[in-house]
Design a protein around this ligand. Structure first.
Ligand SMILES: Nc1nc2c(ncn2[C@@H]2O[C@H](COP(=O)(O)OP(=O)(O)OP(=O)(O)O)[C@@H](O)[C@H]2O)c(=O)[nH]1
Length: 341
């Protein structure tokens, strides 16, 4: 995945007033990161809250920077507050945009043109600070969902219960359950039963943010069932335990086979990618169209998959595709194969 040059770029949102009704798969999908900055509302005690400002910012920009710009998590401590909409353009197997909305924008104001932001949105991620008092953000979230669901029925809502690392292990499940229950109850009271919202406990200090983002992105991939079927077939034919299709740059996974397994194989795969990317800089081997390299590649397939692959197609010597297998990486046997899109 490569990032667009345009930190702040031209909008390619809808021009046609009816276009917001189109399913996002028909256009370049947009993903919104939203959350509430508390001090924006507590004007009377602003100086008090500002003294502790970091606790009042839910972590949207940190997420965007860690996942899409490879910023080390600890560096997010120094991020300035977002004052304008930050737009990231991502190019991977499909193009999409991530918009980071400043917490203080009042998009429910009747004078505000909602189409300029919500038109063409495929997914909305509400980043809720699990450590802060979450009552006010929950109120704002339910208000937003109720406001948007009729006009923009294709938006998929997800809540990141964020900064989960700051909560003791044995209380995490309780906090997540409490937040989910409150949102469900609030929406139920407003007449919305069984709202289609996904929840993930996330932190920029571990893999959870990448897993959460992966699930959101998968909701924007129209070909997801096709990818899953393909991965299921490869998995069965090659006797893999679990198979993921990763975007190497962001380590977001676009699809996986559909077999549930215990533990987080995603985390393992993600560490493996880091290792291979680092190692390949130093030890990568050039796979030309030689009999030798063909034999070598074939041998890997035979060892790994138990069947003979067809390597009779010429390999473009200009194209360097990574391939690696590791035996006993944290107790597992891993195989990585780069594909081009
Ligand atoms: N402990 C912990 N802190 C986090 C996490 N994510 C973000 N933070 C911290 O939260 C603070 C605020 O993060 P921002 O990303 O600037 O928050 P924001 O929601 O974008 O705020 P605005 O830019 O003002 O809209 C920073 O000090 C981050 O280091 C997390 O997962 N865990």
């Amino acid at each position: 995945m490569s990032r667009g040059e345009d930190g702040e770029q031209a909008d390619d949102g809808p021009q046609d007033p009816d276009s917001k009704k189109l399913a996002p798969i028909e256009r370049k999908p947009r993903l919104l990161l939203m959350g509430l900055k508390r001090y924006a509302k507590i004007t009377g005690v602003r100086y008090l809250v500002e003294a502790n400002e970091d606790k009042c910012r839910s972590g949207k920009s940190s997420i965007s920077n860690v996942v899409f710009r490879k910023m080390p998590p600890q560096d997010t401590l120094f991020l300035p507050t977002t004052t304008a909409i930050l737009k990231e353009s991502m190019h991977t197997f499909m193009d999409f945009q991530v918009w980071d909305l400043p917490g203080q924008i009042d998009y429910l104001d009747p004078n505000f043109d909602p189409d300029s932001i919500f038109g063409g949105v495929g997914a909305m991620v509400w980043v809720l600070d699990a450590v802060d008092n979450y009552m006010e953000p929950i109120g704002r979230l339910t208000e937003t969902i109720l406001h948007l669901q009729d006009s923009y029925p294709f938006i998929k809502f997800t809540v990141f219960i964020h900064k989960i690392d700051s909560i003791a292990d044995d209380s995490r499940e309780d906090v997540i359950r409490d937040i989910m229950q409150r949102i469900t109850d609030d929406l139920y009271d407003a007449g919305l039963e069984n709202p289609p919202i996904n929840y993930y406990g996330t932190s920029i200090y571990d893999h959870s943010i990448f897993e959460g983002f992966s699930r959101v992105m998968q909701g924007l991939v129209p070909q997801l069932p096709i990818f899953e079927n393909l991965l299921n077939t490869i998995k069965d034919r090659c006797h893999f335990e679990k198979l993921y299709l990763y975007d190497v740059y962001s380590k977001v996974y676009i699809a996986s086979d559909t077999t549930p397994i215990a533990g987080s194989a995603y985390e393992l795969g993600s560490d493996f990618i880091d290792l291979i990317v680092d190692l390949s800089e130093v030890h990568g081997w050039h796979r030309g169209n030689t009999q030798d390299s063909k034999m070598k590649a074939q041998q890997i397939y035979i060892e790994e998959c138990g069947f003979e692959a067809d390597f009779t197609q010429p390999v473009d010597p200009e194209v360097q595709l990574a391939e690696s297998q590791v035996i006993n990486f944290k107790g597992h046997h891993l195989y990585l194969r780069e594909i081009n899109v």
